[in-house]
Design a protein around this ligand. Structure first.
Ligand code: NAD
Ligand code: SER
Length: 315
C-alpha cells in the first residue's frame, strides 16, 4: 500500500483523521507530521517533525517514505488569522503551493480542506449553494478562496488530483480547536462537564453550520476514495450536517446538565460569524459521491458528553 503523509496531524482534525486512517490502512502507512510534538495517540505510529514552510525537509520526507498521497491540514484559522494577517496568508498559501507543486512532480492524490469562510456578507445566508457569491472578508477566508482557485487550476492545467471540502465548524472530543470562530461549540462542552458556566464570544442567536468530527472524517475519506471521474468539483465541495446557535446548543446540553448556563460577551469573532452562512446546501456532494451525514445536534451533544465524561473518569 502506498504511504500517506499528513501535514498538521496534531491539530483538531489531524488527530482524528490520523487515527482513522491508521485504523483503515495500517499504522506504518500513515506518516503523521506537525510543527509541534505529538501527543500519545499520534505518537503511536510514525511521526516526523515538519515545518511545511521548509520545502527541503518536506521533499526529504516525501522521498524517505515514498509518499504518494498528502493530506494538508496545517493552516492559521479564522480568528487567529486576524491577529497576524500577513503570516496567515503566508502560511496558508505558501504551504498549499508547495504541496500542489509536489502534486505535479510525484504525488498521486492531495487532500486540502477549504471552509465555509470562503463565503462573505453578500453570500445568500440560508441554504448557501455550491456556486454562489463569494466575498470573504477575513484573511483566512480570502486564503481559502484563493486556495480553491489554485486547486482547480492545478487540476485543469496539470492534471493534479487534488480534492477538497468546505467544512463547517468541526466539533470533536479528542483535540481542542486551534483558533477559529466556531471554537465555542467545543469549549462549551468542557465547561459543562466540569460544572462551570460558559462565557460565549458569540451572541446567543448567531446560527452557524457545524459538523461532528466523525462525519468530517467520513466525508474526507469518502471523497478521497471516490473514483476520480466522480469528483466533478475541483475547487471544493459544500458539505453540511447541522446548524445551531449558542442558545440552541446550550438548551441541548441542559437536558443533561439542567443547571448549566451560558452568558454572552460577543467580541471581534461575532462580525466574522455574521459574515458566514447560517446553513449550507450540499446537494452536489450528495449527488456526486454519495455524501450523507450521520450526526444531528441531538446525537452530537449526546456523543460529545458521553466521551468527555468517560475521559474524565480515566484522568
Ligand atoms: P488546527 O489549528 O487545530 O491544526 C493545525 C495543525 O497544523 C496544528 O497541529 C499546528 O501545529 C500545525 N501547523 C501549524 N503551522 C504549521 C507548519 N508551518 N508546519 C506544519 N504544521 C503546522 O486546525 P484544524 O482545525 O485541525 O484544521 C485543519 C484544516 O481544516 C485547516 O486547513 C482548516 O482551515 C480546515 N478547517 C477546519 C475547520 C474546523 O472547524 N476545525 C473548519 C473548516 C476548515
Ligand atoms: N472552524 C473554522 C473557523 O472558525 C472554519 O473554517 O475558522
Amino acid at each position: 500500500m502506498s504511504k500517506i503523509l499528513i501535514v498538521g496531524a496534531c491539530g483538531q482534525l489531524g488527530t482524528e483523521l490520523t487515527i482513522k486512517l491508521r485504523e483503515l490502512k495500517g499504522n506504518d502507512n500513515i506518516i503523521a507530521t506537525d510543527l509541534r510534538e505529538p501527543v500519545s495517540l499520534i505518537a503511536d505510529g510514525p511521526f516526523e517533525k515538519l515545518d511545511i514552510l521548509d520545502k527541503t525537509q518536506f521533499h526529504i520526507l516525501l522521498k524517505k517514505y515514498e509518499i504518494k498521497e498528502v493530506y494538508h491540514l496545517a493552516a492559521v484559522l479564522s480568528a487567529k488569522g486576524e491577529q497576524d494577517p500577513q503570516f496567515a496568508w503566508h502560511l496558508n498559501m505558501e504551504s498549499l503551493m508547495t504541496i500542489l507543486e509536489a502534486g505535479r512532480e510525484m504525488l498521486q492524490k492531495i487532500y486540502w480542506p477549504s471552509s465555509i469562510a470562503v463565503f462573505g456578507p453578500s453570500t445568500p445566508n440560508q441554504n448557501t449553494q455550491q456556486d454562489t457569491v463569494m466575498d470573504p472578508n477575513t484573511v483566512y477566508g480570502i486564503s481559502k478562496l484563493a486556495g480553491e482557485r489554485w486547486c482547480e487550476y492545478y487540476h485543469k492545467k496539470y492534471g493534479v488530483d487534488v480534492r477538497s471540502l468546505r467544512y463547517p465548524g468541526l466539533i470533536g472530543y479528542r483535540a481542542l480547536p486551534g483558533g477559529g470562530t466556531t471554537d465555542y461549540a467545543v469549549d462549551i462542552f468542557h465547561k459543562a462537564i466540569t460544572g462551570d458556566s460558559f462565557e460565549c464570544f458569540l451572541s446567543e442567536n448567531t446560527i452557524l453550520p457545524m459538523m461532528y468530527m466523525d462525519d468530517a472524517v467520513k466525508a474526507t475519506i469518502d471523497l478521497m476514495e471516490t473514483p476520480a471521474e466522480n469528483v466533478k468539483v475541483r475547487s471544493s465541495y459544500n458539505v453540511a450536517a447541522m446548524s445551531f446557535s449558542p442558545s440552541q446548543i446550550t438548551e441541548e446540553i441542559q437536558k443533561y446538565y439542567p443547571d448549566f448556563i451560558t452568558t454572552y460577551s460577543p467580541d471581534f469573532r461575532q462580525k466574522i460569524a455574521e459574515s458566514w452562512p447560517a446553513s449550507i446546501d450540499d446537494t452536489v456532494a450528495r449527488t456526486d459521491w454519495g455524501w450523507k451525514n450521520d450526526f444531528n445536534l441531538t446525537k452530537m451533544v449526546d456523543t460529545m458528553l458521553r466521551h468527555l465524561k468517560r475521559e474524565m473518569v480515566f484522568d
